[in-house]
Design a protein around this ligand. Structure first.
Ligand code: FAQ
Length: 329
């Protein structure tokens, strides 16, 4: 796939002759599977690519708490509420590890958060969709965390040490998140009332296509993939991971007795994969431009939370200054 991406010329990857001596030595380390650590020399473009991807990932975890947070007070039982709270707290933790991983590349967390609040930074398109009924919480666990795992397991082997190590724990937690989502849907689809099963069908109708969009634009349109794959920041292309998600999810949907909203979905014995219908990339582009159903609400919620937390940051700075003054005295 990497060769195909380079061939299509979507992204220009420098040939060995075009790379400087330092760049060549760096590329050899990557090719040999040696992890790059914060104090190692790295090309500026490698550093920038990592800051871009890791910070977008961190923002996604933080904004991703909002759609589920909407249901904490309305969870149908104490057990489901405790599970949901634990999951949302895990996502907050993932955001914090990821901001820390980004900081090892010489950027400040404050600047990254400012970019998010100013609407300058991207976060995953999926979190701009609303959670309208309780089954949506199951769909987020099953489909959204499910997609996140497929994307993130390879990142445990990516070339940048702090990002790869952060991903190990993140993936273990995402796996619990996916299981709890599927368990919730099993309860509604297998043991629930016909109305509850209908809620699940309604939810999958709304979440299926946005979940497929999470993997990013098609390989032909992905501007960053070729270089990121050469640097082993990404190990698989967007389309390969998306196909994996479809193949994995179809039998699980069948077991739930739900219909995926795609008339073109069918097993292709020649390819050994499911074929699926065309993704509406115009919808994806609109969401990225800020015009999804919840973009404005999500940013407002983050801005309000940040403003409300100002006194905590002030108190911590005052405490740190006092401690420093005491130590100096
Ligand atoms: N949404 O050239 P590519 C989670 C942008 S965590 C928004 O293919 P790349 C946990 C992309 O940034 C979910 N923007 O880019 C959870 C680029 O724009 P730029 C997040 C998107 O980086 C669960 C442009 O399009 N996971 O779910 C999206 O090589 C439940 C061109 O695209 C990660 O961040 C999108 N979906 O590949 C939390 C994983 N897709 O920056 C709470 C790490 C693409 O040039 C509840 N990230 N764009 O201006 C990655 O693997 C990659 O960054 C991709 C995109 C695959 C997302």
């Amino acid at each position: 796939m990497y060769a195909q991406l380079v061939e299509t010329g979507v992204t220009q990857v420098k040939s060995a002759e075009q790379l400087s001596g330092a760049d060549q030595a760096f590329q050899r380390r990557i090719d040999d599977g040696i992890k790059i650590e914060p104090k190692d020399w790295m090309p500026e473009a490698y550093r920038k690519t990592l800051v871009r991807q890791i910070s977008q990932h961190a923002h996604s975890e933080i904004v991703g708490m909002l759609p589920e947070g909407n249901w904490v007070t309305r969870a149908p039982s104490l057990k489901r509420k405790a599970i949901l709270l634990a999951k949302i707290q895990d996502e907050g933790g993932h955001g914090l590890y990821l901001y820390s991983a980004a900081e090892t590349l010489g950027v400040s967390r404050d600047d990254l958060v400012d970019d998010l609040l100013a609407g300058k930074a991207k976060y995953s398109s999926i979190f701009n969709y609303p959670t309208l009924n309780w089954a949506d919480i199951g769909m987020i666990g099953w489909l959204v965390d499910g997609s996140a795992i497929i994307n993130q397991i390879p990142l445990c082997r990516c070339s940048y040490g702090p990002y790869a190590r952060a991903m190990v724990r993140v993936c273990k937690e995402e796996s619990f998140h996916q299981r709890q989502g599927y368990d919730l849907l099993l309860a509604m689809c297998k043991d629930g009332t016909p109305e509850q099963k209908e809620m699940c069908q309604d939810a999958i109708n709304r979440w299926w296509w946005p979940a497929l969009m999470m993997f990013g634009p098609s390989d032909a349109e992905s501007v960053n993939s070729a270089q990121s794959m050469a640097w082993k920041i990404k190990l698989f292309s967007n389309d390969d991971l998306r196909q994996k998600m479809v193949d994995q999810t179809v039998p699980q949907a069948e077991y739930l007795g739900l219909t995926l909203p795609d008339p073109d979905l069918k097993w292709n014995p020649q390819r050994g994969h499911y074929d699926f219908g065309k993704i509406d990339w115009s919808e994806f582009q609109e969401v990225l431009k800020g015009n999804g159903p919840c973009n404005r609400d999500r940013l407002k919620a983050r801005r309000d939370a940040h403003a409300k937390g100002a006194w905590v940051r002030d108190a911590l700075s005052a405490y740190a200054a006092k401690k420093e003054a005491r130590a100096a005295a």
